[in-house]
Design a protein around this ligand. Structure first.
Ligand code: NAD
Length: 263
């Protein structure tokens, strides 16, 4: 029988682990980057903005951890391949990939949702995650270990009125998570998804473009806990999914929703 081991739940087991985080310079990805860094990991951030990248690297280095940044667009497979190569060159390998880059897309009913907007959301949220998995897996297979955590959403298990592309894309992220988990389970590679409900990040702030208090309150009231998540609460779950404490968990969609899907 396995002994209860309090050390398993201490964060020190990320010491010298290399964590590659797409969308790592904002919101949930940034919160996870700081938590991993505090837990002893080296973090490689991949995101669109050079300025946000430099700022985040500097802030992480200030807490005494190692960090690096690459400007990439996750919709460009060559960028994603280069990101993986740069990370391996900089830190000697990759132990954990967190696919956090994502966009919400406009709020619009389906008959008015433009084809371009649909394509753009699918491109970032679906192609981006597929490219990340595809690019890192050869490295994980070669070293016979590795863990991937994909950011899905409660919109990956529920409908999301006025966000058809986002809901479609997050259902797809869960499908890709389960499929990759099956393909690589026997190769000691775990693949899981984290599914938050509304979380206080720039993505959510930008959704209230016209300071729509009514819409904001309606969303908050829809959550049984009557509040949105903090990015740190989602980051904790990402660390758990990536840690040895979750060693038998793969293909799982871990829901953090303040009770929403229990309604
Ligand atoms: N905030 C929420 O309410 C919420 C809820 C459920 C799921 N999520 C998911 O969590 C993830 C992180 O969201 P967040 O709230 O932190 O958003 P955010 O907007 O704060 O951060 C997303 C990051 O992704 C980056 N990004 C966007 N498109 C990119 C591209 N093409 N290439 C590279 N980087 C790109 C952005 O620059 C940004 O830094 C997303 O996948 C999102 O769908 C968020």
């Amino acid at each position: 029988m396995r002994q209860y081991n309090p050390k398993l739940f201490k964060m020190s087991h990320f010491t010298n682990q290399v964590v590659l985080i797409t969308g790592g310079c904002s919101g949930i990805g940034r919160a996870a980057a700081f938590l991993f860094a505090q837990a002893g990991a080296k973090v490689f951030l991949a995101d669109l903005s050079e300025k946000a990248g430099d700022e985040t690297v500097e802030a992480i280095e200030k807490i005494g951890a190692e960090a690096a940044f690459a400007r990439i667009d996750v919709t460009d497979f060559e960028d994603v391949e280069r990101m993986v190569e740069d990370c391996i060159q900089r830190f000697g390998g990759i132990d954990i990939l967190v696919n956090s880059a994502g966009i919400l897309g406009p709020r619009s009913r389906t008959e008015r949702y433009t084809l371009d907007d649909f394509q753009q959301v699918m491109n970032v949220n679906v192609n981006g995650v597929f490219y990340g998995i595809k690019a890192v897996i050869p490295h994980f297979l070669a070293k016979k270990s590795g863990t991937i955590v994909n950011l899905a959403s409660v919109a990956g298990v529920l409908g999301f009125a006025n966000h058809i592309a986002y809901a479609a894309s997050k259902h797809a992220v869960i499908g890709m998570t389960k499929t990759a988990a099956l393909e690589y389970a026997k190769h000691h590679i775990r693949v899981n998804a984290v599914c938050p409900a509304f979380t206080n990040t720039p993505m959510l702030e930008n959704a209230f473009v016209n300071d729509e208090t009514d819409y904001y309150e309606a969303l908050q009231n829809a959550i049984p806990m009557k509040r949105f998540a903090n990015p740190d609460e989602i980051a904790e779950a990402i660390l758990y999914a990536a840690s040895p404490a979750a060693s038998f968990m793969t293909g799982h969609a871990l829901i953090l929703d303040g009770g929403l899907t229990s309604l």
